[in-house]
Structures are given as C-alpha cells and as structure tokens.
Design a protein around this ligand. Sequence first.
Ligand SMILES: Nc1ncnc2c1ncn2[C@@H]1O[C@H](COP(=O)(O)OP(=O)(O)OP(=O)(O)O)[C@@H](O)[C@H]1O
Length: 770
Amino acid sequence: MALLLETEQHRFTLLAVREGTRAHDDLTRLTVTINEVSGGIELVDQAQVSATVVALPERSTVSGAGHTGRRADRERGGTAGAQDTTAAVNGPEADHAQAAQDDAGHAEPSRTGSTGTSSSDVGAPENRTEPAPAQSPPLPLFDQYDAVTLTRLGVIPSLLPSLRRVTDERRLEALLGHNLPQLTREVLRALHAGMDTADVRRHITEQWRAEGSVDPGDWARAARRPVSQVSTEDTAVLGALGDSFEAWRLFLHPEQRRLATTAFKGSAKVTGGPGTGKTVVALHRVRHLVDRLPPGRTRPVLLTTFNTNLAADLKHRLQLLGGEELLSRVHVVSIDRLARAVVAEHPTSDLGSPLDDKAALDLWHTVCMEEGIDGYDAEFLDSEFRHVILAQGCGTQDQYFRAERPGRGRLQRPERRQIWSLVQAYRHRLAGPPRRTTHALVADEAARLEQHHMARVAEQQRYKAEQGGRDLLHREAGSGMRLKPRYQHVVVDEAQDLSASHWRMLRAMVPEGPDDIFLVGDAHQRIYSHQVVLGRLGIRTPGRASRRLSLNYRTTHQILGSARGLVDGESFDDLDEGPDTLDGYRSVLTGLAPQFWRAPDWATEKRALATLIQERHDRYGTPYSAMAVCVPDGASATQLAATLGSDPFRIPAVEIGNDGPGKGEGVRIGTMYRFKGLEFQRVFLASVSEGQVPHQRIEGFRDTDPQRYQREHRRARSLLFVAATRARDELVVSWNGRASRFLPESAVRAAYSASALVSGERPPSDSHAA
Ligand SMILES: Nc1ncnc2c1ncn2[C@@H]1O[C@H](COP(=O)(O)OP(=O)(O)OP(=O)(O)O)[C@@H](O)[C@H]1O
C-alpha cells in the first residue's frame, strides 16, 4: 500500500510504501510536513519514534522544580513541554527494546553493538524496580534548546515531543536509527557532539537552506525540490522499478548537489575529509557538464585522478551513473597516463620507459657515487628534483639558486651548486643508453608541450580576431589541423597528490573560462606529493569557488573520532595558500567503537588477526572480500597472507596490487599506500607499532633535518589516517611490541591481549563485531 501526495492535478509523488496487513495503519500514522529550512517534504512515523522513547518518565515528572545545570544554559525559555502531547503514543510495533532496557540506567561501560533483547522488555517502566526516591530523573539531552531554536536549525517540529524524552546517548542513537529526515539527524548529532548553535547553523542549516522562501503549504513546489527526491539502492525497490543502473544514484546532500550543478565563473575547488562524497560530487559534476554539451562524438570532458586503479574505479562508477552515453563524452584516465600520452603523440618525442620509484632512488645513489658527492640521500635528492626544480621549472643553475624552498630548510649556494651538478648527471644518465625516464620528467615534458600548444591556440585566436575571422588553416599547414584546446572541462579527483607539473599540464589543456577546472581533494590525505599552491599555477578559486564538505557518509562516528585523533595537532593546507581543518567534520552513521589489540610479537599478532577475521566471517557472515588488512610494508603483507592461508585458518587472501583490490573471495591485504580511495566493511590496521609507524628511519632526520623530519612525520600520520578512514563498519587496530606514538594512551590502555586470544583464553569479540 502506498501513500501518494497529489501535488498538481494528476501528478503524484510517492511518499511511502508499506506492506502487510497493517500497511494502512502504518501509513496513516505518518506525519507529512514541509521543512521550513530545506523546503523538502519530510515524513516521520510518530508511533515508531515514540515507541523508541516510550520507557522514559513523563516530562511532567522531569520538569519539576529544582533542576539546575544545563537548564540554566537555555538559550530561551522552553516551550516544548507544552507541546508534549503525542509522545505517549505507544503501539505493538515498539521494537526498540534496547532503548527501553537502557532506561534502567545501566549503560554498558564502553563498547556497544549488542542488540537482540527480547521485546518483552518494552514497557520497562512498569516492570522496573523503583528508582531511589531521592534521585531526580535525568534531564532531556536537548533540554537547553527550545522548540523555536531547534526548528529554525531544521529539526522536524513533529519530532520535538519525542525528543524531549531522550535523556541518554543510547536512546538518542535508537531515535536516530529511525528513518528520520537527514537534516534533523545531522542537527541533533552535531548539537549532541557539542557544536554550538551558531556553528550548526553555519555548517549544516545554511547548507540545506532552500533557495527562495519556503511556503509550508506549497506541496507542488516542495515536491519539485531536489531534497524531496530520493533514490534507492534497495534491490526490492529497484526490481519493482526495473531500472538497475539507477541503483547508484544516491540522494545527494543539498551542498553536494549545489557543487555538482553550480555554474562557476572559472575553476572551483572542493575539499573535505575522507568519505564526505568528494568523488561522488566529482562524478555528478561530470554528468552535469556533459548534459550541457551540444550533441557530438568528441570527448571534451576530462576526468582524471592519481593512479590507474582509481581511474578504473571512476570509469566504472561513471558508467553506473550515466551509462555508455555519458562515458562516450568523457576521457577518464590517470594523470600519469595522460601525461605519457601527451608526450608520446608528439612527433619528436623519444620516451624511455619510466623507472619505478625504487629504481629512480637507486639511480640517485649511483650518481652520487659516480660524482663522488656524499651528504645527500637519494630520497632527499629525488624530492628536491621533483618538488623544487621541476615544480618551479628551474632550467638553469641560476634559476635554481633563486628557487624558493618553503618548509624545506636552508641550503647555501655551494650546496645548491653541488645538487645542481648531481641533477645534471642524473638527467644525463637517464638520457641513456638505454633511454629511460621518470613519471615526474614525463609530466614536466607534457606540461611544456601543452603550454606550447595552448600558446599557439591563443595566438591563432588573436590572429583570427584581428583578421576578422578568416580561417587560418594555411597557418597550420604543418599539422594540417585547426588548433583548439584539448578539453572544455577538466575534473580532478584526489587533487592533493598531483604535482606542480601535473597542474601546469592540466591548466594548459583547457582554456580559462567558466567551469574550466573542477577539483576535489583533501590535504589531510596527501601521501605522495608536496604541497602546491594552485593559485600560483593559474588555478584560482576565490570566495565561493572554494567549498568544503564536512559530512562523512562512509565511516561511523565512533571510527571517525579515533581517526581524527591521528591528524590532530598537525597543520594542513587547503591546496592553496590557506589552512584547512576538519572543523565540522562529522558522520551520519553510528556503530562499533574501534577495537585495539596488543601482541608481544608479530607471530602472535598475525595469528590474532587470523582469529578475528575468521570469527567475523564465520559468526557474522562478513564475506572475506569485504575485509582488508593494512600492513606497513610488502614483506608483512606476504607473511600475513601465509599465516591466513595456513592451518587451522585456511583463509583466502588477495594482495592489493597496483591495479586495485582485485577480484575473488579473499581478504584484501595491502600496504597503506594501496588503500587510497578504497573502502571496506571491516578494516584491520596491523603492526601499528613504534618503529613501524612512523618508520624508524625518519628518526635520523630529527636532528639533522628537522623540517624533513616534520614532513615525514606528517606523511606517516596521513597514511594512517587514510587507512583508518577506509573502514565502513568496523576498525580494528593491532600492534606488536610498543604501540605507535600516533595511538592515544586511552587506546593502549583499552587494548585486548592478543596472546590471550590466540591461546583461547578470551573470545574474539563477544557480540561486539556484530
Ligand atoms: N549523499 C550521499 N548519500 C549516501 N551515501 C553517500 C553520499 N555521498 C557519498 N556517499 C557514500 O560515501 C562513501 C564515500 O564517498 P566518496 O568516495 O565520494 O568520498 P570521498 O570524499 O571521495 O572520500 P575519500 O576522500 O576518502 O576518497 C561512498 O560509499 C559514497 O557512495
């Protein structure tokens, strides 16, 4: 049975569907209103919501005289009590026994997750033993906010009576577990987390605010607003609709939708913590740009990202979003492949094969030995070459003498002279034979070629304008082609890891103008490149063209709380000259607290991990392929795979390679670098031990090169942060020996003993992994 709203004549909006004999009753219980902030149509099932809080004392008993504390902080005098009329509704569908049980006041000490209490617990107030007479009932959690404040922030008014009965966190979780409107959920969670009302307004309410005024009686308009329209991944619904690729169309947050569809005067930049939907926005942006193209067969939109496996993922997701038709207008390629293609298509290009990172470092070693210059390590030289010399386009020694090296310490002129001579020798060596190159050099060359191309395009346009529009084919007789920019729009994911050369190339691939470059990224997740200042590379995103997403859709707020701690205290940029923070960063999801396990040695840790993984598979039905273990290095990956595969576990394992997480049934194992951009249901961070994370070799720089030490330290934190934020439902952290300095004291104290687990003295997780 469906509830339909006739918004215009013969035009209906489907509001809700219920099945079974009680469908009619279920539907008539729904409260349907237009939200005064978002202008969207919102539904709440009053009886279900009330049932969640049914076990709470009546408000009249709570509002007795003598309350102090937070009551004194009220922003305005409370009015909600007067409205508290519907909350007494109770019904047989009261299935939130857990909440009722909690009312007895014995919240579990730390970790949550157990459900399955029998429904006979509902109605606990009557059955409970009498509370101690002198004890005053707990204050409602949102007692300090009056009804006007809450509704102006966006909370659905019909929820307020029930909300006044929420006195503890687990009750709140039960309430938020309902299918409440998202704006309401976001506001309540943020207030509960301690965000003040001004910040909630700024970070949340304003993002949801409808354009123009909201008429609470204009259903036709409300139904047309994007916030009223949802799509689903529910297979039953999709089966009924018979339209499978719609599955991926999620309900975009209003801010995500705005970013995907706004017309920008020039470039635009979206930052935001992990899981905030930056990639989703980038994909929707691409679709929006393609929708606006005139019909054709060309691919004027470029969608690029850091590596080939992420590019393959983007392609797949784009296909889900808009099918072959959308894909046919978009060039999806990783940034280095793109650079290589640019260089390869040039008639005079003589590309050697690119060295991998290790071979590039080995070559620096060789060059230092041959030149008889020591005192510089290979990583330093490689970084100096890429992030100073190539980044600033230093073609001569003099230019290098003048190069800025922010955050890289001081280098005197004699040192720069030595480094320059090493760079010359390095380039000479690469020139061969055999001829070789590096990805950085290819990108640099591609940037130069594209800049040259764009200069010719500009020259041709200038000439055409001067000559009154005559065709200039004769001027391009050499190429036989009319010159034009390579793309009309460029969209970039994982922007934080692109180098200055990459940006120079991209800048030269698209003419400056409306919607030219749209980039998404997060400096907290930078693990490859160094900071670049986009404004100095011709990519300017002033004012409203720079936006930040802060609502995490991937990770539970319990996991996020721990992950945030990993990067606290470090400073990060906004991909430009400004700072970036994780202010307002929050999650809509709730779940298990992260688990911590300490082991005396790697062998015990490996066996403990195998035990935990097996338990999650056998007892909770998590497929092996939905779990991933992140290790600090390749050798650990191989060793762990061996333990998993051996008796008694026999757990299949697949190493995450260059080309992504791969296929098949096994648990995924990979180094931290390989986790970029991925997500898994359960993530195990292994060997988060002192000496491994950060690696002990950075200790050498502590005194000799403090700035490098700081850089490496920050990168190690970012790596761990990226890995931890890949977890959707559960994060398990383990170590052997001493715990990494990045883990908080509280985690170390709360850690379980892997030895006890391995010897069978303690169970893997009780019910906590459910
Ligand atoms: N509006 C939304 N509703 C539901 N799920 C969403 C929404 N936006 C994003 N997601 C989901 O959240 C997860 C993270 O999204 P996405 O990968 O786009 O984030 P991201 O910001 O690019 O993350 P990262 O920086 O960690 O790579 C994905 O599973 C995505 O489908």
